[in-house]
Design a protein around this ligand. Structure first.
Ligand SMILES: [Zn+2]
Length: 257
């Protein structure tokens, strides 16, 4: 092959792979007109954000996003760890029951079993919403208080955890995500977009590293101070995200595709 043909081929393949990535990343953008009414949300397990949790959250930000911390009010108040939501991150818990999930999130400090996370801040993992297996939505953290659930995006992301440990219809998982959870996620996403028009994007946790790619429309939102602090995630599953996005497009009156 001549050098010119090789260069042309290389250029074309780079262009095509760039296009493919852009098309893949475009799925993260929420369709216009998706906002919807408020579903029933249980506040039975809402958490009190006490001084110790605020202090631990600020310690976490000092390690992972010190520039942002410098902009927040320097006080031991919830306002000093609040944020404007820009995207939604969907998870599954990898824990099969609501009771065990709530026990896990209730602790202030990350457990000794999660070594990589613990080495990078003592704040426990946390989440704004948990969807039980029957579709019941529980509010845990206040919507605009920073919780630790996704590297690089906690300062802009509202998290939705689904109780379960596998994708929709993945029977081998033991507790695969349910149709009731899918319905509840659709309703909750629509409601959150209605309450916070600043929310433009939705991703599955497994997709969070795509935002490090310059071609991603939400690239500017990603910030993690430590370049080696990354995890590999598979939740909530490709089928769940595909179905959720399709349902959101349909509720917004757009092409279902
Ligand atoms: Zn997750």
């Amino acid at each position: 092959m001549s050098l010119a043909r090789f260069a042309l081929g290389l250029g074309l393949s780079l262009l095509l792979s760039g296009c493919t990535a852009s098309a893949r990343f475009a799925r993260s953008v929420l369709p216009p007109g998706v906002a919807g009414p408020e579903p029933h949300i249980s506040r039975e397990h809402s958490m009190v954000i006490d001084e110790e949790r605020i202090r631990l959250t600020r310690d976490y930000l000092q390690i992972h996003n010190p520039a942002l911390l410098a902009e927040l009010p320097d006080a031991n108040l919830p306002e000093s760890i609040s944020f404007e939501p820009r995207l939604l991150v969907v998870h599954f818990t990898a824990i099969p029951t609501l009771t065990e999930t709530l026990e896990t999130f209730d602790k202030l400090h990350i457990g000794p079993d999660r070594e990589l996370i613990r080495r990078n801040g003592l704040l426990n993992v946390g989440i704004q919403f948990v969807v039980d297996r029957d579709g019941t939505i529980h509010a845990l953290y206040p919507e605009t208080i920073i919780a630790r659930h996704v590297i690089g995006l906690n300062h802009v992301a509202i998290g939705i955890e689904n109780v379960g440990n596998g994708d929709l219809r993945r029977r081998r998982a033991g507790a695969p995500l349910t149709e009731a959870q899918l319905e509840a996620n659709v309703a909750l996403v629509r409601h959150l977009v209605d309450r916070h028009p600043s929310i433009e994007y939705i991703i599955g946790h497994s997709e969070y590293r795509q935002l490090e790619h310059r071609a991603h429309p939400a690239h500017e939102l990603f910030h993690e101070e430590l370049p080696a602090y990354r995890t590999e995630k598979s939740d909530p599953g490709r089928r769940f995200m595909r179905r959720l996005r399709r349902r959101l497009r349909r509720s917004a009156g757009g092409p279902v595709g």
